[in-house]
Write a protein that binds this ligand. Structure first.
Ligand code: 6PG
Length: 243
């Protein structure tokens, strides 16, 4: 099931994403006693994390039962300005009472392939060896159609065995560690947050164009037994049909 919701602007979008996080957390904690969420990097997710840290939202979450993971990471130390872990820390984790042992970051400072293997091993231990069914995977979409760190033309887009992998992304001249489609598509809820006119054309191609995942990696995200939600603002939605 794919659900597309359009919000007036970036602020309304951030508010809706935050509300969704809070509601999914409450349901998962009531049902299963914990909420496992994989975070994204990028400016759109960041706005939601900042809002989530504010009193009116933060007070509605039982942070002791939230487990934090990252769907992708840049291969840099955790205090580096490009670190997704650092971003989430500054925007959210520093401001809410989440126990340190609930935070599972990718070791971006390690050799990338080793960091990916270590992360997958950690997930295997935590989730008892079966593919983790995340309660929520938060994702952004880049202007080139990438999501998590699945970039156009990379083999990771088609990975069917590994849960986490490291690869060198030529266009960035950098290594990234990323969840593969195996784990993304096993989630209970996947939430894309996309904002801005710069994403409008790509968003139309991803949602309404032919299936070309090598060009538009965001298209590989289709949870097999989960909910797929796209939350976008008017600017990003401008080229969708019917608008
Ligand atoms: C990353 C991300 C990436 C991001 C998108 C959207 O580490 O770069 O996880 O997939 O979410 O590029 O980013 P913006 O919201 O900043 O456009």
């Amino acid at each position: 099931m794919t659900d597309i919701s359009v919000f007036a602007g970036a602020d309304e979008l951030a508010r809706a994403v935050t509300e969704e996080f809070v509601e999914l957390a409450a349901t998962a904690i009531a049902d299963r006693g914990r909420f496992a969420v994989a975070l994204a990097g990028g400016s759109t997710p960041r706005a939601a994390y900042t809002l989530l840290a504010s009193e009116s939202f933060a007070s509605r979450v039982d942070w002791s039962r939230v487990l934090f993971f990252w769907g992708d990471e840049r291969c840099v130390p955790p205090d580096h300005p490009e670190s997704n872990y650092r971003m989430a820390h500054e925007a959210l984790l520093d401001h809410v009472p989440v126990p340190g042992q609930n935070v599972f970051r990718v070791l971006g400072e390690e050799e990338p392939v080793q960091a990916a293997d270590t992360y997958e091993g950690e997930l295997r231990t935590l989730f008892g060896g079966s593919i983790p069914r995340f309660d929520l995977v938060m994702l952004g979409m880049g202007g080139d159609g990438h999501t998590a760190s699945l970039f156009p033309g990379t083999a990771a887009v088609h990975e069917a065995v590994r849960w986490v992998m490291a690869h060198r992304v030529e266009k960035l001249d950098a290594w990234r560690v990323t969840f593969t489609p195996v784990i993304l598509n096993a989630a209970a809820n996947v939430l894309f947050a996309v904002s801005g006119a710069g994403k409008a054309h790509r968003l139309r191609e991803v949602l309404e164009g032919p299936h070309r995942p090598d060009v538009l990696p965001a298209q590989v995200v289709k949870p097999s037994a989960g909910r797929l939600v796209w939350m976008v603002d008017e600017a990003a939605a401008a080229e969708l049909s019917g608008r």
